[in-house]
Design a protein around this ligand. Structure first.
Ligand code: FHF
Ligand code: ZN
Length: 187
């Protein structure tokens, strides 16, 4: 089972590597890793299990955070709506690739954090507001989807991990809360 002890922290060089693509058809090992990554996200969002296991709540996880330099991410974004409890996005993605993106940028009003970063880093993390993404799903099937707003931000945070990029690399060094005109702030 993946716990906080499995997750490597900033300073570990693996977080700065460009991860390798996985081969398709997927290996049993890569399928199992994806399942374990998704299980971690579920556990981390379950108040009882998160408390028991000492997990920080997470909506995404990338294999390099487990010291595994492969292009695998898991995302699980809860709806936050009691009427509609289906997660707005839940998938393990192999070899995810941004095919195109909006001109408009966006950032989370609250900034971002990271399971591999044990400190608060204030500031806006400016990303693309919309992305068109291809990936291979857990069944080995190629998928192509469009994402916007929060879901697009989460996936970009995860794909950054596959490229050795940390969220704070995107924060304006002079003024962490400086924003160019037209950037959507997601609250
Ligand atoms: C998180 N947690 O998941 C953050 C960190 C924008 O590479 O966002 O480092 F648990 C992956 C509902 C809403 C439920 C938010 C992408 C952030 C990715 C994980 N938690 C949440 C929730 C959360 C990182 N990460 C603060 C841990
Ligand atoms: Zn992260």
């Amino acid at each position: 089972m993946i716990t906080m002890d499995t997750i490597i922290r900033e300073g570990n060089p693996t977080l700065r590597e460009v991860a390798k693509e996985v081969s398709v058809p997927l290996s049993d090992e890569d399928i199992k890793l994806g399942e374990e990554m998704m299980e971690f996200l579920h556990n981390s969002q379950d108040p009882v299990k998160a408390e028991e296991l000492g997990l920080r709540g997470g909506v995404g996880l990338a294999a390099p955070q487990l010291d595994i330099s492969k292009r695998i991410i898991a995302v699980h974004v809860p709806s936050g709506d009691l009427e509609n409890p289906e997660p707005t996005l839940s998938a393990v993605m192999y070899n995810p690739k941004i095919l195109s993106h909006s001109v408009q940028d966006a950032c989370l009003g609250e900034g971002e954090g990271c399971l591999s970063v044990d400190r608060e880093v204030p500031g806006y993390v400016v990303r693309h507001n919309k992305i068109t993404l291809s990936y291979v799903d857990a069944a080995g099937v190629k998928q192509k989807i469009r994402l916007k707003n929060y879901e697009a931000i989460v996936v970009q945070h995860e794909i950054d991990h596959l490229n050795g990029v940390m969220f704070y690399d995107h924060i304006n060094q002079e003024n962490p809360y400086a924003l160019k005109d037209g950037v959507l702030v997601i609250e």
